[in-house]
Structure formats: C-alpha cells, structure tokens
Design a protein. Structure first.
Length: 327
C-alpha cells in the first residue's frame, strides 16, 4: 500500500493555526493607541457656564446647547433641565467648544466658550466654561437751562460710566424736533423754533452695546425787547386810520409788561400787561381814556420775532388790529 504523504503533517499544524487566528482577533479588539480610540459606553458631562450649572440656566431661559470636541459628532440639544449630558467620547485630553443660545439670560443672547478636560471613558467629566459678559455703559443726559427761550440754545451734556475701562466710548445725539448743533463728543447745543417740552437723547456706544439717556428741555417765547409796528382801527373813533406803534416790554416767566406809544394825530401813550401761553398771548393795554383787551399770536421767522393780534377798547368802542416786530 502506498502511504499518504503530508496528511499527518496537516492535522498536526491545525492547533497552531487556530492559536494564530485567536491572537489576531485579540489584537484587533485591543486598544493600544495604534488601532483607534476606545469607547466604553456613554460619559456623563457636567457643564458650568459663568458659574452657573445647566440646571440653573435652564430655569431662567429656553434655548439650545451645542457641544463639539475631537472624535465626536457635534451635539445640539435643548438646554437640559436636569443639567446632565451623556456623550460617547474617546479617551484623552480634549478641548470642548460649548455654544449656548438663550433668549432670556441677562447679557448676550448667545456666546461660545472653550474648556479642556481629560476624558476617561465612562467617568464623569466636568467642564468649566468662563464667560465674560460685556457690561453696557450707563448713560445720563442733562441740559442747562432746562427752560430756554425760543431763539436761544440749551447746552446738553451726556455723562457715561463704563465698567470696562478699556472700552472706547462714542456719543451721538438725536431729538424729535428742533436743532442740534456744535456737537463735540459728549456735548451738544439744542434749540427749537416752536414752544413746548422736548426730549433730547444721547446714545453711548462701547463698540458692542449701547445705552441711552434722555433729558427734557422746555422752550417758550420770551417777548422781552423793543418793538415797532402799526395799529389799524376798524371800528369806533378814528375807524380806518393806521398809526405807527412802538413798545418796550420785559417778560419774566410767562408774564410781561411795559410802556407803548401810538404815534400820529390820534396817538396816545399807555402801558401793557400780558401773559404768554405757547405761541399765543393775551392781556390789556391801558390808556388815559380806555382799557383795551388784546390777544394775538407770536411767530419766529428768519430770526425775527413778531406779534400780531386784535384789540377792543372800552368805553370808546375802538377796535382794530396790530402787528409789531422786535428790533
């Protein structure tokens, strides 16, 4: 019989081959730093942002949290109310980037911070994210005088206090009416051509956020001065006559008084007493023979102040109109 050569040798080698295969399988499943990162289940990650844990932040705002790190898929999730995240991470020193978007948190509506941590898969990782919130400057406006004559100006100052001393502040001014002029940094001149109380607002910016301050200025007509004009009689003695008129008055607050003269053949001297309300005035003109009730309007045009109105005198019955411009 012819022997079968090699068959005995093949069976003898089989145990050796099985050992080699087992060794290869074990090597493929091991983590020696060369065959890829090891992950052994989720890792609990605790994040503190600006001294607050996520559970505390979630009580004050609703928003999202995004976490990224090497060897992990970016995670975006609602801010967890229990303050815990569960991530599958490989081991080693990692830099985590955390972005918080919050609609109710005081300060920025969103910010991003970074922190490093040593990750041991399966063990808790604590990330402390420092947050520097830019503090806005505090603005306060003031104007002097707070009550000014129309045609004059009030000087307005904008004071600002910034908790961040390195910030460079810029100033701007606005007003719903009137005129702002000679603006130099935190100061401006505010004037108006109509009576009333108006707000002037300064806006202070540190390049990141702004703050505003508002001051109120009341503008009024002041009739103090000398006037020249005419008086026209429409009824009573001298009806149809037009005579020159001069007056010199002094106004303090809303009230004023002074002498006047009507020139011409029917002229006379007298005294005026009046009050001003907005752009209107009313009062009396007293002469040796009459007491005249008068009322009218004040106007400022082209830098000139003028008054015009009507009068009615008793007992003479003289009535008419007048107009005068301050010289």
């Amino acid at each position: 019989m012819t022997p079968v050569v090699g068959r005995t040798t093949s069976w003898l080698c089989l145990p050796t081959m099985l050992l080699i295969v087992a060794a290869l399988v074990q090597a493929c499943g091991s983590d020696d730093g060369r065959t890829g990162p090891s992950r052994s289940g989720p890792t609990e990650v605790v994040i503190t942002i600006g001294g607050l844990q996520l559970a505390q932040i979630s009580q004050d705002c609703s928003g999202t949290l995004t976490v990224t790190a090497p060897d992990m898929e970016p995670l975006t999730t609602p801010i967890p109310q229990d303050g815990r995240l569960s991530l599958v991470l490989s081991g080693g020193l990692k830099t985590f980037t955390v972005t918080l978007v919050c609609k109710k948190l005081s300060g920025p509506q969103s910010f991003t911070g970074r922190a490093q941590a040593e990750v041991i898969p399966g063990q808790r990782v604590t990330l402390t994210i420092p947050v520097t919130v830019n503090a806005p400057p505090a603005a306060a406006a003031s104007c002097s005088p707070s009550t000014a004559d129309i045609g004059a100006a009030s000087t307005c100052q904008c004071g600002a206090v910034d908790p961040d001393p390195s910030d460079q502040l810029t100033f701007s001014w606005s007003a719903p009416t009137g005129s702002l002029s000679t603006t130099v940094g935190s100061q401006t001149l505010f004037s108006a051509t109509t009576p009333g109380t108006f707000g002037v607002t300064c806006t202070v910016s540190d390049g990141k956020v702004t703050s505003v301050g508002t001051a109120a200025v009341t503008f009024r007509f002041n009739l103090t001065g000398s006037y020249q004009g005419t008086i026209h009689k429409t009824a009573g003695p001298g009806a149809g006559e037009t005579d020159p008129l001069t007056a010199s008055v002094q106004q303090t607050g809303d009230s004023g008084a002074g002498p006047f003269s009507i020139l011409g053949p029917g002229g006379t001297d007298g005294t005026l007493a009046f009050t001003v309300s907005g752009s209107a005035f009313s009062g009396q003109a007293t002469t040796p023979s009459d007491v005249c009730e008068l009322s009218g309007q004040i106007a400022l045009a082209g830098g000139s102040l003028s008054v015009s109105g009507t009068f009615a005198c008793s007992p003479s019955g003289t009535q008419g109109t007048f107009t005068a411009t301050r010289s």
